[in-house]
Ligand binder design. Structure first.
Ligand code: NAD
Length: 315
């Protein structure tokens, strides 16, 4: 039998790529319920799904910030059976906290963290009763490590990770699986929106040094970081499908091997100073080392693409 998969935030990015990839599975192992907050934005997904639309893929409305919309959506699925839940909907926020309102911050927490909680309050009891189900959460490397000017976004993803670590223990008792997918930078709408909002930000509430740091260091390097380290949404979708199909899916999975040296620092020093120190040096003291390492990464990418194109491993 097909596995029913419900994915949130499918109007763009990782959600769209994942929904289409699973709907087009050659072995037809999935029935995808691709959900989005605003159905007026369904055109891109419809187009990408092509002939799978109405067959292995159905589009439904679901706003992770609205309990009723979650209930209505789940009730519309035959027997309310969801075998795989992919909690993907999310939003970013960058900049100095002095320039952000508490309401803006609450919206990020409400979407990224309480969005997941609302989904599970509706879906977890059914999974427990059936003693089967896989909960897959698109978290971030920022769920394990903070980054300059991403304070509230990182906090929202840390909240997700802490919540899931606690829940995973209970889930094991009910034979449920839980997996956190942790991408590094991914080139999607998210990145574009976050950057544009950063560029438009009113920095008058910040002191000169902070405003300067945000504009001339953070925003200046932003595009370069995404260009050098960024993955495509399709790439993250491919990793996610592998985790969904794995016999023993891991609790955590990082999708970007170029980024893993950074997250490893977290576990290398129990005092927690090492990653902070390295990030500090990269950002404020060794601008040259920073660009040199980005160039090195670009070279690695170019080499791996080249060997991939040739269909043989690199020498
Ligand atoms: P995206 O902006 O293309 O996709 C996010 C989707 O979530 C959008 O379609 C948006 O409409 C939807 N959404 C927002 N609020 C919603 C709500 N209340 N209800 C339902 N849907 C809602 O960006 P993306 O990069 O594909 O992001 C997907 C996930 O990946 C997010 O959780 C994000 O935090 C995570 N992520 C992204 C990156 C990155 O660099 N792009 C890196 C790591 C993790």
């Amino acid at each position: 039998a097909k596995r029913n998969v419900l994915i949130t935030g499918c109007s763009s990015g990782i959600g769209l790529a994942l929904a289409v990839k699973m709907a087009k599975d050659e072995q037809k192992r999935f029935k995808v319920y691709a959900t989005m907050r605003n159905l007026a934005k369904k055109e891109a997904l419809e187009e990408a799904a092509g002939r799978r639309l109405g067959k292995t893929l159905e589009i439904k409305q679901l706003d992770v910030c609205d309990e009723q919309s979650i209930k209505t959506c789940v009730n519309s699925i035959p027997d309310r059976r969801i075998d795989v839940l992919v909690s993907n909907a999310g939003m970013g926020l960058i900049g100095p906290i002095e320039c952000q309102t508490i309401d803006e911050m609450k919206t990020v927490m409400d979407t990224n963290f309480f969005g997941l909680v609302r989904l599970l309050k509706e879906i977890l009891p059914d999974m427990k009763r059936r003693k089967s189900g896989h909960i897959v959460i698109i978290s971030s490397v920022m769920g394990i490590q903070g980054i300059l000017f991403n304070d509230v976004y990182a906090a929202s993803k840390f909240a997700v990770e802490g919540f899931c670590e606690s829940l995973a223990i209970q889930a094991l008792k009910f034979k449920l699986q839980l997996s956190l997918i942790e991408p590094g930078p991914v080139i999607t709408e998210f990145e574009r929106k976050v950057f544009e909002d950063g560029m438009k930000m009113d920095l008058s509430a910040a002191d000169e040094e902070t405003a300067e740091m945000f504009t001339n260091i953070y925003l200046k390097n932003y595009k370069q970081i995404f260009q050098s380290l960024g993955q495509s949404a399709e790439d993250v979708a491919e990793h996610t499908v592998k985790i969904i199909l794995a016999e023993n899916p891991p609790f955590r999975h990082q999708t970007n091997t170029l980024y893993t040296p950074m997250t490893t620092l977290k576990y290398a020093d129990p005092n927690g100073d090492l990653p902070i120190d390295i990030f500090y040096k990269m950002v404020f003291h060794h601008d040259k080392i920073f660009s040199a390492s980005l160039n090195f990464i670009k070279l690695l990418r170019w080499r791996s693409r080249k060997s991939f194109d040739l269909g043989k491993p690199s020498q």
